[in-house]
Design a protein around this ligand. Structure first.
Ligand code: AMP
Length: 358
């Protein structure tokens, strides 16, 4: 396809920090970003050329977005598939496509997809009612993690089950809806790979990062991860990208086991928090890479010039902005969220260390 020329418009579904950083990267390449989201006054719309506050499935808003944007993308994986279908029916190109969204929105579909393509996951079983919960407990050794099938994020909608007798109560605790029971992954490290696929099928993959979570929420990423199984991580990312016919940046979260094997935990069909380190450690970061991919531009280099530690600023951490701004080793990124709530991602810092020549 012919690359979208500068001056074209990129539509973004979602008004969070990921959309903000996408819009800023788009602006740097001469594009305009426009945003559609049900939330008013979010981080992305305040740096966008134009925005609509409407439900994702609002027909009039989708029509305006389809008319304004030369390509539409999303910063949030729980955008309804129906919104994407409507945009496509209106003649818009939406990237990454519907398939990636549908697979990533349902933890059972996601793990089934991985297994069908020869990628390893933890053992799992779907839970829809008391009968399937009992069947799942027969198959999956305890302790096991019960998660909502849809719409979980940052560790929400998840509960550990230690004893079979506690399972019904645990299921009620996460809402009693469609769920998945996952075997415990005996991981030694959590890794993630940020990868991109262009409209011409070319692929670019950043080195894996090592992630540390607290209470289900990402605290920090160290990248490149020391002695990571890079070849295997790349193989997994390439398989997922090509089998989904994906265009754009994807985050693939992995569990590394003691024997070096990698299990796929989940995919995020969008730019990803564990890829924020690329903003300061790479020539082309994940946000520009995503814009390049969906605009049909050549993908940029992924080899970092520095090693990086990315630290999230969660809740009141961001009140330290003045101290961080005075710290010459910290590159500060703030999202301009109006309300600093506990557990809310307010910004991040990247700390760089020069890399020895390979
Ligand atoms: P998720 O929302 O699936 O990314 O889960 C959030 C975090 O919970 C992960 O980053 C892990 O730290 C932990 N976790 C999720 N699934 C499992 C599992 N099957 N076994 C052990 N830890 C898990």
């Amino acid at each position: 396809m012919t690359p979208l020329p500068p001056g074209s418009t990129i539509g973004i579904l979602g008004d969070g920090q990921l959309g903000r950083m996408l819009a800023l990267a788009a602006a740097r390449l001469g594009f305009d970003a426009v945003v559609l989201s049900p939330d008013a006054d979010g981080p992305a719309s305040r740096v966008a050329a134009r925005s609509w506050v409407a439900d994702y499935t609002d027909p009039a808003a989708l029509e305006e977005l389809a008319r304004a944007a030369d390509v539409v993308t999303y910063e949030f994986e729980n955008v309804p598939v129906a919104a994407v279908e409507r945009l496509e029916a209106l003649g818009a190109t939406v990237l990454p496509g519907r398939r990636a969204l549908a697979v990533a929105q349902d933890r059972v579909a996601e793990k089934t997809f991985m297994r069908e393509h020869g990628l390893e996951t933890v053992d799992f079983a779907p839970v829809d009612d008391s009968l399937s919960l009992a069947a799942a407990l027969e198959r999956i050794a305890l302790p096991a993690l019960l998660k909502t099938r849809r719409e979980g994020y940052d560790g929400k909608g998840q509960v550990w089950i230690e004893l079979a007798e506690a399972a019904e109560a645990a299921w009620a605790e996460i809402g009693g809806g469609p769920a998945i029971l996952e075997a415990r992954a005996p991981f030694v490290r959590e890794l993630s790979v940020i990868a991109a696929r262009g409209r011409d099928g070319s692929v670019a993959i950043y080195p894996a990062g090592e992630n540390r979570h607290e209470g289900g929420i990402l605290r920090e990423t160290t990248a490149p991860a020391r002695s990571a199984p890079e070849l295997e991580a790349r193989r997994i990312a390439e398989t997922v990208l090509s089998r989904l016919g994906y265009v754009g940046v994807i985050g693939v979260e992995l569990f590394e086991l003691a024997d070096g094997r990698l299990l796929v935990n989940e995919i995020a069909p969008r730019v990803h928090n564990t890829g924020h380190w690329t903003q300061d450690a790479c020539q082309v970061d994940q946000f520009e890479q995503h814009v390049r991919a969906v605009a049909g531009w050549p993908l940029g280099p992924t080899q970092p010039h520095s090693a990086a530690l990315m630290q999230n600023l969660i809740g009141e951490d961001a009140e330290r902005w003045a101290e961080l701004a005075a710290d010459p080793s910290a590159r500060l990124h703030l999202y301009a969220k109006r309300e600093p709530r506990a557990g809310r991602k307010m910004g991040h810092v990247n700390r760089l260390q020069p890399r020895a020549a390979p």
